[in-house]
Structures are given as structure tokens and as C-alpha cells.
Ligand binder design. Structure first.
Ligand SMILES: [Zn+2]
Length: 240
């Protein structure tokens, strides 16, 4: 066994916790495709920072065009009787920003809540409380993205059925974004700047509106982090 588990890392989620893997009786020969989802021992052995590190490694594999060879049928079988995801991701419904692919994760490894403009509301808070407080996920990753239509819609005051109320949740980010150029939804730079602000607002809203999640973070059991995904180059940038 090599040194620190994270040094082993190109295979990402499974390989990153080789000590726990050994505890769980799993063998990982170099070069093997991930043949099972995360076990409870593997997930529980990770710190929130290690989970974030694995997300970064997964995104690097995605960007390099070298994703893991996921054996989805094996992962389906191994996770059917129980799931131990390491993270819950709150991301936009945009078809170009599928979190599992961008992060190169497999079945059973992340919860995923998707909603236009990656906002938080009571239903999503409940989902994230389930993911972390009941099911043991270590990280909440809020993921915004460039060229977000929901953000552009909020900037331009789009009115459309139930979408209107959803966009209202994004609007404080429009006001809060300092930008001296054209402040409209056709200006991609401004849209992306507002999307970034909106991610930070969502992170703060989660902390403010869920004492359960804020408490878990204070105890060091979870981390709540924001990120921006760039549609053009595939890069996921973590925000402070
Ligand atoms: Zn979007």
C-alpha cells in the first residue's frame, strides 16, 4: 500500500480511500475500472476536504478526456441495497452542466438536486438535510455555471408562469453584483458575474435557513462550498 490515500489518486472516488477499502475487504488492482459504488467504510473514512479534492480530481479527468471506465452495471448492483454518497450537489437543470459527468462520479456516489439557477428553497433544504444529517454526505456543493439562462432571465425580468417566482430568488444577486458595463441578460460577462454572486448567495442561504446544516458545518462534519462551471472549457472553479 502506498502512502497517503490521496496520493494514489487517478482513479478518484474509489481509489482515494484505499485504507478504508482494505477495511471493507475490497481489492483495487491498479488499472481496474471502479467495479462498485462507495462503501460506508470508504465514505466515512473521508474528510470533507478529501471529498472536495476528489471532486477536483474528477473534473480534471473530465477535462482531460480521461474519465474512469465506469462499470455502471456493477455499481448498480453494489449500491442497490444501500447508498453511501460522499456529497450532495445543488446544480442548475441546464443540459450542458450534468454534475456526475463533470465530476466523473459513478452511481451511488453523489446526491444531486437540480433546479433552474441552482437556488435553495425549503424543499431543497430538506433534501440536503436528508443527504447530510440522515445519509452521511460530507459536502454540499453548490454549482453555478456560465451562460445560465435562468440568471439571464432574472436580469431581464422575464415573467413566465411559475418561473417568475423562481427568478425572484435570483434577483438579489443581480442587485448585489458590482459591474460597470451593460447590465443586461445579453452581456455574457455580466450574466456570469451574477451567476457567481448567486452561487455565493445560495451557499449563505443554506447556512442561514438550515440550522441543521449550519450546525454540521460548525462541527466540521460537512463543508458547504460554492463553485462555477465554465461551459466553454469544462473547468469547475471552487469559490472561497
Ligand atoms: Zn443554468
Amino acid at each position: 500500500m502506498a502512502g497517503h490515500p490521496l496520493d494514489l489518486g487517478r482513479r478518484g472516488w474509489l481509489k482515494a480511500s484505499v485504507g478504508a477499502a482494505a477495511m471493507a475487504g475490497l481489492a483495487f488492482a491498479p488499472g481496474d475500472a471502479p467495479a462498485a459504488s462507495l462503501t460506508q467504510a470508504q465514505r466515512d473514512a473521508m474528510t470533507p476536504d478529501q471529498v472536495i479534492d476528489m471532486m477536483k480530481r474528477g473534473n480534471a479527468r473530465f477535462r482531460a478526456g480521461k474519465p474512469q471506465k465506469h462499470d455502471y452495471l456493477a455499481q448498480k448492483r453494489s449500491s442497490a441495497l444501500g447508498q453511501f454518497p460522499a456529497a450532495v450537489i445543488l446544480s442548475c437543470i441546464d443540459s450542458r452542466a450534468p454534475a456526475e459527468i463533470i465530476l466523473d462520479t459513478g452511481i451511488g456516489e453523489t446526491f444531486n438536486g437540480r433546479i433552474a439557477g441552482n437556488i435553495s428553497n425549503n424543499d431543497l433544504l430538506g433534501s440536503m438535510e436528508f443527504a447530510c444529517a440522515a445519509a452521511g454526505a460530507k459536502v454540499i456543493l453548490v454549482m453555478g455555471h456560465t451562460a445560465c439562462g435562468a440568471v439571464a432571465g432574472a436580469i431581464d425580468n422575464v415573467q413566465l408562469g411559475h418561473l417568475t417566482a423562481l427568478l425572484d430568488v435570483i434577483k438579489p444577486a443581480v442587485e448585489a453584483t458590482k459591474y460597470t458595463g451593460d447590465r443586461n441578460g445579453k452581456n455574457g460577462q455580466f450574466v456570469d458575474a451574477v451567476a457567481r454572486t448567486n452561487v455565493l448567495h445560495t451557499v449563505e442561504a443554506i447556512r442561514k435557513n438550515s440550522p441543521i446544516l449550519a450546525g454540521l458545518e460548525k462541527e466540521g462534519k460537512i463543508k458547504i462550498v460554492g463553485s462555477m462551471y465554465d461551459l466553454s472549457n469544462g473547468m469547475l472553479t471552487f469559490l472561497a
